[in-house]
Write a protein that binds this ligand. Structure first.
Ligand code: FAD
Length: 488
């Protein structure tokens, strides 16, 4: 049986391993941490359970597919619940809005709250769907770097309708041209952060992202986000995939232009192919340092990172649900601080995720587990301890005022994560959450392909390569890699 080596057990790496096993490869996964999952990990502290990374789960069908590939019923191994309320939004002037998954309800309540016409909202959502349908097969589901992709009917259709995609203006300009209300613009601008970009720079085509939430819905996995990678890890073990934890790969071995194995802890392991799930930047700088470097890809601007405060809170809040956003008063300035000044804004948009709303056992009775996140620049050597202390003060002030409670008094357990910590635990260059930013209309084409055009039998998956970051796209990267590899 031919052997495949996967470097890294992030969601993209585990999914690739599961797919290659179904293609009859013997699969060996190297992981530098002592646990699988990469950014999808969790921690217990003082009776509170916290998901450390992702909190929003869309397109669960891509997880189900992995069980089905091995003829297992996903529902016997991994379960999730659709959310009726997608997100609660709060503004400093007291405006509150609860975004419903049901489109009709969303449109009627948004129209009332923001003074927009229902027709404008309907048309915006329709256009979001149209953009997604026109481009998904080209940008998300196939390799952008294979000629065959461009010869399909779908691609021709997308090219003929380029004008409809708003690629020549920013997401903010697209939204400002549509809505009268600044708050409605801000709410739809927020979707740029789903791939770690700025709404003032990312192209208007990104207004397709709301389609994912509004059409496919948002979900909460039973057992928490961590259960996504845990259940896939169990599946991987059941189908015979071997994992080597605390074994960082030091080099991908190349002979005569072909990947032939890896070196880890001074031992060499042969294989017929290698897939790197490590961020593409360190993959080239560390594991492929003797090979030609794809300079343009490596120079791409990185996506935003984050400061996360994990708080055990000694009371409950009726007005909060699983996902909650407290908006900044000056969104443009916030993104200028993140991407241009490379610092944290002093009135940041605060996101609070509370899994104990869905899973009461995630917090002691009468308490809540708060994952409090603000967008931050990547690590460029800033004084993170100072920035964190300042940011914490600003968050406590903002939340105390908007929730009418002295939040500080209720924080009974606490730890934090910053861009340095994200880079240390996952090798994500500069602590980027989503690989490269999508702050230009060429970003999709500048992401590294899922294969090497110089080295045979070398492939790449995960959030730093095509089609991009976030759980669904990482799962799609695994699918694209596996489609490029013949069944053994
Ligand atoms: P990663 O998770 O980056 O893992 C890579 C793995 O490779 C790690 O385990 C690392 O230890 C291992 N590794 C690296 N180098 C080596 C080596 N040399 N040898 C062996 N192993 C190695 N996405 C969403 O969809 N929804 C969200 O709500 C969301 N929120 C986020 C919030 C935060 C705070 C963060 C950090 C990310 C968030 N994301 C979200 C993004 C999402 O987490 C990532 O896009 C995705 O998890 C990346 O998966 P990956 O396959 O690229 O691997």
């Amino acid at each position: 049986m031919p052997r495949a080596i996967v470097v890294g057990s992030g969601i993209g790496g585990i999914a690739t391993a599961i797919r290659l096993r179904a293609k009859n490869y013997e699969v060996l996964v190297f992981e530098s941490n002592h646990y699988p999952g990469g950014k999808l990990h969790s921690k217990m502290q003082d009776g509170f359970r916290f998901d450390l990374g992702p909190s929003l789960f869309t397109m669960p069908q891509y997880v189900d597919e992995l069980f089905e590939l091995h003829r297992k019923n996903p529902r016997e191994h991994f379960n999730y619940q659709k959310k009726e309320v997608i997100c609660n939004y709060f503004w400093d002037d007291g405006t509150r809005f609860s975004a419903q998954e049901n489109q009709e309800k969303f449109i009627s309540t948004a129209a009332k709250t923001f003074g927009e016409s229902e027709v404008t909202l309907e048309n915006y959502i329709k256009k979001s769907t149209e953009k997604y349908n026109l481009t998904a097969s080209l940008f998300l589901e196939k390799s952008l770097h294979k000629l065959g992709t461009y010869l399909s009917k779908d691609t021709l259709k997308a090219i003929l309708q380029l004008g409809k995609l708003d690629i020549y203006k920013s997401l903010n300009d697209t939204n400002e041209a549509t809505f009268k209300s600044d708050k409605m613009v801000q709410l739809f601008n927020r979707f740029a952060t789903y791939n770690g970009s700025s709404p003032y720079q990312t192209p208007g085509i990104m207004s397709m992202i709301p389609h994912l939430e509004m059409h496919y819905g948002t979900y909460f996995p039973k057992g928490g986000m961590h259960e996504i990678t845990q259940s896939l890890f169990r599946l991987a073990q059941e189908v015979g995939i071997e994992f080597r934890f605390e074994e960082a790969v030091e080099e991908i071995l190349i002979e005569n232009g072909k990947a032939v194995g890896v070196k880890a802890q001074d031992k060499t392991y042969d294989s017929d192919l290698v897939v790197s799930n490590m961020d593409i930047y360190p993959t080239f700088k560390k594991l492929l340092r003797k090979q030609k470097q794809p300079k343009k890809v490596l120079q791409q601007e990185r996506s935003s990172s984050a400061l996360i405060f994990y708080w055990g809170i000694s009371r409950t809040f009726k007005e909060l649900d699983l996902h909650n956003i407290f908006f900044s008063n000056d969104y443009r300035s916030e993104f200028e601080h993140i991407f241009k000044k490379k610092t944290v804004y002093d009135d940041p948009t605060v996101y609070i995720n509370i899994t104990s709303k869905n899973e009461p056992q995630d917090a002691p009775e009468g308490n809540e587990n708060w994952f409090v996140m603000v967008n931050a620049p990547g690590n460029y050597g800033q004084e993170w301890d100072l920035l964190k202390a300042e940011c914490r003060k600003n968050i406590v002030k903002k939340l105390s005022s908007l929730l009418n409670v002295d939040i500080e008094q209720h924080i009974i357990s606490e730890f934090t994560l910053d861009p340095i910590g994200i880079e240390e635990s996952t090798s994500s260059y500069r602590g980027a959450l989503y690989g490269a930013a999508s702050n230009s209309r060429f970003a999709a084409f500048l992401r590294h392909p899922n294969f090497s055009s110089h080295i045979e039998n070398l492939y790449f998956c995960g959030g730093s390569v095509h089609p991009g970051g976030g759980i669904p796209l990482c799962l799609l990267s695994a699918k694209i890699v596996s489609d490029l590899i013949p069944t053994a």
